[in-house]
Design a protein around this ligand. Structure first.
Ligand SMILES: Nc1ncnc2c1ncn2[C@@H]1O[C@H](COP(=O)(O)OP(=O)(O)OP(=O)(O)O)[C@@H](O)[C@H]1O
Ligand SMILES: [Mg+2]
Length: 244
């Protein structure tokens, strides 16, 4: 799925959280979005998904203007996301969380109920194995570690079989090993799936993204290959400079 924004602007009172942001993310692209705290990264995601109505500008998915479509209709087109804060069902087990995500995917109604249950069980087992969560499958989501929760969130987003996936700081608070595992899982995404990832961990972003967009105070200040972005004096000043 191709994602484009055109002059996207979001104002909260006097604050412009996003100012005239125009972006093109090609189908199957791996795009990183970076920028300091409050730069507008989450706001950009919210405007693309329809969780927030922009003050101005448009959003297109595969060229189609979806600016007026509610978030659930954009999701139906194949747009999936994770949130910066956890959205798991804490009282359900890991396996139940996954089964819900698999079942809620459109199209499953075509199966006979008995076949559906079997198909869901098989897919849940596959996803548990792929994330290394099989050992904790029967524990409640509230009771597993932070790293396991984030891995589960990524897997829930993948279970929607999205055509485009927006990840908001999926690796925040993860250990080195957990980060590596998350990167591996994301690398296994089908090549045609578009991935946009917001991350403060620049090593992770540079490892996965072919192109990077940099936001600062709601303004898109750079957009290019990792090498171009690293070399950009404005980026060094507002962002990389702070990170040392
Ligand atoms: N619902 C809201 N009401 C008022 N101001 C908001 C709201 N959401 C975000 N903002 C402001 O908009 C700006 C951009 O916020 P946003 O959350 O998009 O930044 P971010 O780049 O995701 O930051 P972080 O790296 O901390 O997650 C900030 O100044 C923030 O305070
Ligand atoms: Mg954010």
């Amino acid at each position: 799925m191709r994602i484009s924004t055109e002059g996207l602007t979001v104002r909260f009172g006097a604050v412009a959280a996003l100012s005239q942001v125009s972006l093109e993310v090609a189908s199957g692209e791996r795009r990183g979005v970076i920028g300091p705290n409050g730069a507008g990264k989450t706001t950009l995601f919210n405007a693309i998904t329809g969780d927030l109505a922009p003050s101005d500008g448009r959003v297109r998915l595969d060229g189609r203007d979806v600016s007026r479509l509610p978030s659930w209709r954009r999701a139906r087109l194949g747009l999936s996301r994770t949130f910066q804060r956890s959205t798991l069902f804490p009282e359900l087990t890991i396996a139940e969380n996954l089964a819900l995500a698999v079942r809620s995917r459109g199209g499953a109604w075509r199966f006979w109920p008995s076949r559906l249950e079997r198909a869901v069980r098989l897919e849940v087992a596959e996803r548990l194995a792929a994330t290394g969560l099989a050992a904790v499958a029967r524990r409640r989501a509230a009771d597993i570690s932070h790293g396991e929760q984030r891995a589960l969130e990524i897997e829930l987003a993948l279970a929607a079989r999205p055509r485009a996936l927006l990840l908001d700081e999926p690796m925040a608070g993860l250990s080195g090993g957990e980060r590596k595992a998350a990167l591996e899982r994301l690398r296994s995404l089908p090549a045609e799936v578009t991935l946009v990832i917001v991350e403060h961990d620049l090593d992770a972003v540079f490892a996965i993204a072919g192109r990077i967009s940099v936001l600062d105070h709601g303004v898109l200040i750079a957009d290019g290959s990792p090498a171009e972005v690293r070399a950009d004096p404005r980026v060094q000043e507002v962002y990389l400079g702070h990170a040392g």
